[in-house]
Write a protein that binds this ligand. Structure first.
Ligand code: URA
Length: 264
């Protein structure tokens, strides 16, 4: 067993115990990881609270352990966390994030399950060519969608634009400090909308590309907290309920999940 404590996530394989979990519920926000482990699952145990990358082990309702870990914001941070999670034996990753819808029919409060990402993220370019597909694991994606449907949670499955910046890359102008939006980004939201892209977020593209390369299965469920057709700003009144729905979908998909054989 690789006993070393990983530098960024702050724990190693030996911290995971006998029945070491191989599934991670990966949130961008450390408070969300704490909440999932402590309030939504059972018997939470701290693995580390290092650099804001809070990690816990906790049990699903069937008694199986999962890791609740934190990716931080954006491609560079999730690339580091994912690499170290793979080193400690993780096989499946479900990202639980937040997102801004760009389609008029995708409303705040619903969830988006990303089947593939338009990956405009620099960190992923260090791992695979720009043309390498940023795709979710198809089985995990169907499972997430089926669980959302069973629970009656409004959901959409499709393509996400995964970008490096919250402001410029998502064409925010009114709420941004930057007075100059480069020409190549002006009108990009309208273009993506016409192409059928559902939403903007900042991690799934890197998550999917790296997971394919590392031999992990990855899925992504995001709570819609902004409707970019209406406003640049997140709807804080709807945010918490939407996140709870995304968490419910991810936990339901985790129950009984079998990652299958490791890649040879
Ligand atoms: N996260 C994003 O990246 N964009 C949004 O609009 C909301 C959450």
């Amino acid at each position: 067993m690789d006993d070393t404590r990983k530098y960024h996530i702050g724990f190693g394989q030996s911290d995971l115990g006998q029945d070491a979990p191989t599934l991670v519920l990966l949130s961008g926000d450390p408070n969300r990881s704490t909440h999932i482990a402590r309030d939504r699952l059972a018997n939470a145990r701290v693995l580390s609270e290092n650099r804001g990358l809070n990690s816990y082990v906790a049990e699903l309702s069937d008694g199986r352990p999962v890791i609740c870990a934190t990716s931080g914001m954006g491609g560079p941070s999730i690339s580091i966390v994912l690499n170290e999670l793979a080193q400690v034996g993780v096989r499946t990753v479900i990202r639980i994030g937040t997102t801004g819808s760009i389609q008029p029919y995708v409303h705040t409060g619903s969830v988006i399950i990303t089947s593939g990402a338009l990956c405009r993220q620099g960190a992923a370019d260090d791992v695979a060519p720009v043309e390498f597909p940023a795709v979710a694991d198809p089985f995990l994606t169907v499972r997430l969608a089926e669980r959302a449907a069973t629970m009656g949670i409004a959901h959409h499955v499709g393509i996400t634009a995964s970008v490096d910046t919250f402001f410029e890359g998502q064409e925010r102008t009114a709420s941004s400090a930057n007075p100059v939006l480069m020409r190549r980004l002006q009108g990009i939201t309208e273009e993506y909308r016409a192409l059928g892209v559902l939403n903007y977020e900042m991690e799934s593209g890197t998550l999917f590309k790296l997971s394919s390369v590392y031999g992990l299965r990855a899925g992504c469920v995001c709570a819609v907290i902004a409707e970019r057709v209406e406003s640049e700003l997140p709807d804080l009144g709807e945010k918490e309920a939407a996140i709870e729905r995304a968490i419910e979908v991810a936990i339901a998909a985790s129950l009984g999940w079998d990652p299958g054989p490791s890649r040879p």
